[in-house]
Design a protein around this ligand. Structure first.
Ligand code: LLP
Length: 418
């Protein structure tokens, strides 16, 4: 459920017409719906109401301060994967004890920062990282709360780039050696084991892989407890998929029921790290048609947003539905590639898409772009990144400004010897 809908053939975000925002802020821009973000967070959170839990939004999906503040106010925390994300989370007002830190390549500086900030726990991904964390915590005279990220070797049946729980993956610690690594952790003076973490992948549209992974992890928790470990937190990661086209993922309630059935007696606080399911369908990318071009082979719709603004179609071949901001009756559809201005053949938002024949000046709305949209945007081709706009009811607010040319060269220096 989201709040982007047509009213009198105008695509609205809540009560504001997208056309109007485009007139006022220019294009391209990201647009988020406050009501949708709120609704998605609450539905997900409430689905787990029956058990002790903490929803740590995976801010790699969307790290805008306004979105994070919104989740913080709803009782949410953050799953961070870098010092930069930690900085953002704290700036947005997320309490540090609601922050978990994953990632295979945490630096000493990032560990230092997270320890000083007193985050809830580190999700540690390798034996070497564990030792370095112990060392950093020791030098600070503190103890690091730790969960080991366990790789349960299940196939999430999703795009290979976003599968993370398979044996061959770079993520986590193989479940077959987990026990030994926990024993090592126990010997380290500045490490306090508090939990177990798993995250098997993203855009997963079935519950079975989650349940299969979790069954293995719950079994591990039993063995750990037998060995005298205190396991207070079971972090089940993120990964629940959304509908981009015709996927039919379980709704949060069904997802939660399946997970709760496995973890209800484990006696842990369940940490959840949803990203896409909260933000994905709460945001769109709005772009204007610059030109159309008919070649002997193809029809192209050239728009002012490119792969630097939304890389998912180019990187993963992802499908994003594209709608006209103003619906017109009686147009025959054409088969078109919607492409951006970037100098790469891989710069497309849609390929061979059957859609109305957009005309120069027309606004197109790339749907389901609220997760892994802006956060993966770059300045490639020296293109300033677009603004982010948040609509609430009949009002909108620029929650991040469009970058300027000045922004593009900030921090660059020409040395004197040139
Ligand atoms: N927790 C961890 C440790 C993760 O690595 C991720 C995502 C999440 C949670 C959140 O997963 P979600 O609920 O959003 O599926 N750029 C790709 C997705 C990469 C996901 C990386 N990790 C895309 O655009 O599809």
């Amino acid at each position: 459920m989201h709040h982007f809908h047509y009213r009198d053939d105008q695509l609205m975000c809540e009560e504001v017409s997208i056309d109007r925002i485009a007139e006022e802020v220019g294009t391209p821009f990201y647009l988020y719906s406050h009501a949708t973000l709120t609704h998605h967070f609450q539905v997900f959170d409430q689905a787990f109401a029956g058990i002790p839990h903490l929803v740590c939004f995976a801010m790699k999906a969307n790290s805008n301060l306004a979105a994070l503040k919104l989740f913080a106010d709803l009782g949410g925390g953050a799953d961070v994967v870098s010092g930069g994300e930690l900085y953002r989370a704290l700036k947005a007002g997320i309490p540090s004890r609601r922050i978990v830190f994953a990632g295979v390549g945490k630096t000493r500086e990032e560990m230092d920062y997270a320890l000083k900030s007193d985050i809830l726990m580190f999700n540690v991904e390798s034996p070497q990282e564990l030792r370095v964390l112990n060392d950093v915590a020791g030098s600070m005279g503190v103890t690091a709360r730790v969960a080991l990220r366990i790789n349960p070797d299940v196939d999430p049946k999703t795009h290979p780039y976003i599968s993370t729980g398979l044996k061959k993956s770079k993520f986590g610690i193989d479940i077959s050696v987990a026990m030994e690594e926990y024993q090592v952790a126990r010997e380290l003076r500045h490490i306090q084991v508090v939990g177990v973490h798993q995250h098997i992948g993203s855009q997963i549209t079935e519950v079975t892989p989650f349940v299969d992974g979790l069954v293995k992890v719950v079994e591990l928790i039993g063995k750990l407890r037998d060995q005298g470990f205190t396991i207070d937190y079971l972090d089940v990661g993120g990964g629940l998929g959304i509908t981009y086209k015709d996927e039919d993922p379980p709704v949060p309630r069904v997802f939660a029921e399946a997970l709760i059935a496995v973890v209800k007696d484990v006696g842990c606080t369940i940490v959840l790290e949803p990203g896409r399911v909260i933000a994905g369908n709460a945001g769109v990318l709005v772009t204007r048609v610059l030109y159309t071009k008919q070649t002997p082979a193809k029809h192209f719709i050239i728009v002012d947003a490119g792969m630097n603004d939304l890389i998912r179609p180019s990187l993963y071949g992802s499908f994003h539905s594209i709608l006209p901001a103003r619906r017109k009756d009686g147009r025959e559809t054409v088969l078109a590639d919607v492409v951006g201005p970037v100098c790469e053949s891989g710069d497309f938002l849609a390929k061979d898409r059957s859609m109305p024949p957009a005309e120069p000046g027309e606004l197109l709305v790339v749907m389901s772009a609220g997760a892994y949209g802006y956060t993966m945007a770059s300045n490639y081709n020296s293109r300033p990144r677009p603004p982010e706009i948040l609509v609430k009811g009949d009002r909108y607010f620029t929650v991040r400004e469009r970058e300027s040319y000045e922004d593009l060269i900030r921090g660059e220096r020409i040395p004197q010897y040139l």
